[in-house]
Design a protein around this ligand. Structure first.
Ligand SMILES: Nc1nc(=O)c2c([nH]1)NC[C@@H]1CN(c3ccc(C(=O)N[C@@H](CCC(=O)O)C(=O)O)cc3)C=[N+]21
Length: 299
């Protein structure tokens, strides 16, 4: 029987750990963890994600601050807000929701966040720590960190002898995911749009991670029998069967057919997505513990 991972349930268990760590930090050190989320513009999907993050931060017991800036905000104004949050001792984590409106450059903004407050794990200092295998010193990007929780719950901490294939090479996901799998001793292939015979490469994977951004691209005959399949894709597609003009979310994996071949698989929605938000909370409490000079919890 194939196991379908319940991402909401795993995320809830991460959130329970965060909540209790938040209480401990408050009672023993008198410190309340604080998360600031910055959003520029009116994109409804981005607002939905940001509300979910702010709501979860409150549920964790954090000081949760949301800055909503108008879409015509200048580069300088956004940079000034980040500088203010960097200097604010009540804020331990800063997240600038991406993508930013087209007239703004995200890279200089992200690199101006203090690495110790960069709960998205996108600062070069944090990316560099992941790349060099220093997983306890920095902050790990939330989506790969969440995917690794699924990997550890399936295979334990040591992936020696297992082949892992990550489809996708973005800084946000593919590169850190490959680095985390490698640090856990997997033999890792980072595949991408220029890879020759992608289905054949994927068929070698004991752990197959799809982050291509193409709806249901990974088919059953790409999956090694018994593999763990992690679907990082979020694609909104038309769903005429639900009524005229309706849409639904699907991943990068053709779920039904691949589930018949895999031994463990994550669904979309309800897989990696909820874990991304949970790991953001985990990173925030880790940042707050470090600031207070305490050893943070492990996730
Ligand atoms: N600076 C920054 N950091 C991010 O981490 C970041 C970002 N910008 N921009 C946008 C993406 C997207 N993202 C998601 C988080 C949760 C779900 C999630 O919980 N999804 C639900 C479904 C939600 C629905 O129904 O729409 C699920 O997969 O079950 C999805 C996507 C974080 N992102």
């Amino acid at each position: 029987m194939t196991t379908v991972i319940d991402g909401k349930a795993v995320a809830a268990s991460v959130i329970e750990t965060v909540k209790s760590a938040t209480r401990t930090l408050e009672t023993e050190a008198g410190v309340r963890a604080g998360l600031a989320v910055v959003i520029v513009g009116e994109d409804p999907a981005s607002h939905a994600y940001v509300s979910a993050k702010s709501r979860m931060a409150k549920e964790c017991g954090f000081l949760s601050v949301q800055h909503t800036l108008p879409k015509e905000t200048s580069q300088e104004e956004l940079a000034a807000l980040v500088a203010e949050l960097n200097a604010d001792p009540s804020i331990h984590g800063i997240l600038v929701q991406l993508p930013l409106p087209k007239h703004l450059q995200s890279e200089p903004i992200i690199q101006s966040i203090l690495p110790e407050k960069d709960v998205d794990g996108l600062h070069v200092v944090n990316a560099g720590k992941v790349a060099t295998g220093d997983l306890d010193g920095g902050l790990v990007s939330c989506t790969p960190a969440g995917a690794m929780v699924f990997v550890r719950r399936t295979h334990g901490d040591d992936l020696s002898g297992l082949n892992a294939v990550v489809i996708g090479r973005s800084n946000l996901f593919g590169k850190p995911m490959s680095a985390l799998l490698l640090a856990a001793n997997a033999t890792v292939t980072t595949a991408h749009s220029r890879t020759k015979d992608l289905p054949a490469v994927c068929r070698n994977a004991d752990i197959l991670v799809a982050a291509v951004g193409r709806a249901e691209m990974v088919k059953a005959d790409w999956v090694k029998p018994g593999a763990l399949v992690i679907d990082v894709g979020i694609n909104r597609v038309p769903a005429p069967e639900r009524g005229e003009g309706k849409t639904k979310l699907v991943g990068d994996v053709a779920f039904e057919e691949c589930a018949r071949v895999a031994s463990v698989i994550t669904p979309v929605p309800g897989g990696v997505g909820p874990m991304t938000i949970a790991m953001l909370m985990a990173n925030t409490i880790i940042a707050a513990y470090r600031k207070a000079g305490r050893k943070p919890p492990k996730f």
